[in-house]
Design a protein around this ligand. Structure first.
Ligand SMILES: [Zn+2]
Ligand SMILES: [Zn+2]
Ligand SMILES: [Zn+2]
Length: 496
């Protein structure tokens, strides 16, 4: 096997150390960073971790391009920069030197691609410089670049990421406008999160997404209850008050939030609503939240636009999840209670966790499949309860679907169907959940993230009366909502 001759892309100074090679004869196995984008090249565009001895063994199976004997020689590291290495392989027979550059250079910089990739990986995995060092140590790889340069590279990456992020979000806004028929008014979904669990998180993040057929992020923001730079400069406050003042006025302070961590989400979402006009020249007219009533209330109480009353739309996933939370709550409350049939609430053949999750899925499915037909949505939501609550004496499958209801299928085939009545005592308990959820489902606009704006369904005055007349515990819904809001323990939006 003969190695391919190619010109080195390294500066002359690298080769000057080697007396027996001139630049033209230097072989390099390096792919140039800006090399052609042939398919074949793309296929080879990846890294491989190889043990050094394997590489030497490979070389020993090839012929030296200079003396034509089997290569046998030594390898020496000429330069190392983080994970990047420049290695020289010298043929001991003719002293010809072959160069290997383990990673290409990023154009117009002195940085090596592999080191930038390492830092991106570190950021994505939440590893600091020290963490990356341990990780590489465990793999018997060389350590990363020194901490100072590591931080500088993070800034380098940050600049690129910010630029790409802004371009991507602007494109997503325009895409949503086109899909909405050119109107510069959008329905957006939003959610916030804390990087750490618990109400004491000092940082919060939030994002707004479009509600197009392919939802994309339109805007993001963050809150911080502390500034590491301010904390670092605290010693200056008394030692050198003048310098401290100059620092205070000139640094890019990260402290931008003073309230409770629980209130971060509503303020962050509000901030993004307020800047939609100056930033994108658009208005967000409807908001799909995660069921946290505080956000919508805040948006209404502090209007971002003088002429828009922001509508609230609930997100199917969170909506269904809330039903699961309520079933679980009832299950927990009744864990040791013996019901009127002499059995417990939960257990085999009764209300199990798996059964509760199934109900959540059925409910979300009912919403998604009937989002454009309010009456059907109401019936299908109730069908979940009625179907499972049916007995041989009192079958209630009138709102069921032949596709999944075994009773309707049996009846259609002229067969007799036997109900398992052992579950009904559980479902008496569950009825309360079902009722309030069904009421909520039919009186709130609901969206699923894959639907477009036209599909959002809003209840009008007439059908509201029809639907709510038999929902005797409709009032319960509001208090249930409050309980739910108090229940969540680690995210501002109540997501889990
Ligand atoms: Zn040789
Ligand atoms: Zn600061
Ligand atoms: Zn049925």
């Amino acid at each position: 096997m003969r190695r391919i001759r190619s010109k080195s892309v390294e500066p002359k100074t690298v080769d000057s150390s080697s007396a027996s090679s001139d630049e033209d004869s230097v072989m390099s196995v390096q792919n140039q960073f800006t090399s052609s984008t042939d398919n074949a090249d793309d296929m080879m565009n990846f890294y491989l971790i190889i043990h050094m001895q394997s590489l030497i063994l490979l070389l020993k199976q090839t012929l030296c391009s200079e003396c034509n004997n089997y290569w046998n020689g030594s390898a020496s590291i000429k330069q190392r920069d983080g994970l990047y290495m420049h290695i020289e392989f010298m043929c001991s027979n003719c002293r010809f030197i072959t160069h290997l550059h383990s990673s290409p250079q990023i154009p117009n910089t002195r940085r090596r691609e592999i080191n930038i990739r390492l830092e991106i990986g570190g950021i994505l995995c939440g590893l600091s410089h020290g963490g990356v060092m341990k990780f590489l140590g465990a793999l018997n790889l060389p350590p990363p670049v020194q901490e100072q340069r590591y931080s500088e590279a993070q800034q380098f990456i940050w600049n690129y990421v910010t630029k790409a992020q802004e371009e991507s979000m602007t494109a997503a806004v325009e895409e949503a406008i086109v899909e909405g028929g050119g109107m510069r008014e959008l329905t957006v979904s939003g959610d916030g999160a804390w990087p750490t669990r618990g109400y004491s998180s000092v940082h919060g993040i939030a994002a707004l997404c479009s509600t197009t057929s392919h939802p994309k992020v339109l805007d993001v923001t963050w809150s911080s209850k502390k500034c590491s730079k301010c904390q670092g400069a605290e010693s200056l406050r008394y030692a050198n008050p003048d310098l401290f003042l100059i620092f205070q006025e000139n640094h890019d302070c990260q402290l931008n939030y003073a309230g409770s961590s629980g209130g971060m989400e509503k303020e962050m979402i509000h901030e993004m609503f307020c800047r939609s006009l100056p930033k994108y020249n658009i208005k967000y007219t409807s908001y799909i939240g995660d069921g946290d009533a505080k956000v919508h209330k805040y948006l209404v109480d502090n209007p971002s636009y003088s002429d828009v009353n922001i509508k609230k739309i609930e997100d199917t996933n969170h909506f269904a999840k809330r039903m699961l939370t309520r079933i679980m709550k009832i299950k927990k409350e009744n864990a040791n209670k013996i019901l009127s049939d002499g059995k417990r609430f939960s257990g085999k053949g009764r209300m199990t966790d798996a059964q509760a999750v199934k109900f959540k899925i059925y409910f979300a499915k009912a919403i998604r499949e009937n989002k454009t037909d309010l009456n059907k949505l109401y019936q299908r939501s109730w069908a979940i309860f009625k179907h499972h609550y049916s007995t041989d004496e009192q079958p209630m499958h009138e709102w069921c679907d032949l596709r999944w209801c075994k009773y309707l299928q049996a009846t259609a085939n002229g067969e007799k169907f036997n109900h398992h009545s052992q579950k009904i005592f559980c479902f008496k308990k569950k009825k309360r959940v079902k009722t309030s959820q069904a009421a909520a489902a039919t009186t709130t606009s609901i969206s699923s993230s894959e639907s477009d704006n036209e599909n959002f369904h809003t209840v009008n005055e007439e059908n509201f009366d029809d639907i709510s007349h038999d929902l005797t515990i409709f009032e319960q819904m509001e208090s249930d909502q409050d309980e739910y809001d108090d229940n969540n323990d680690y995210e501002p939006g109540g997501d889990d």
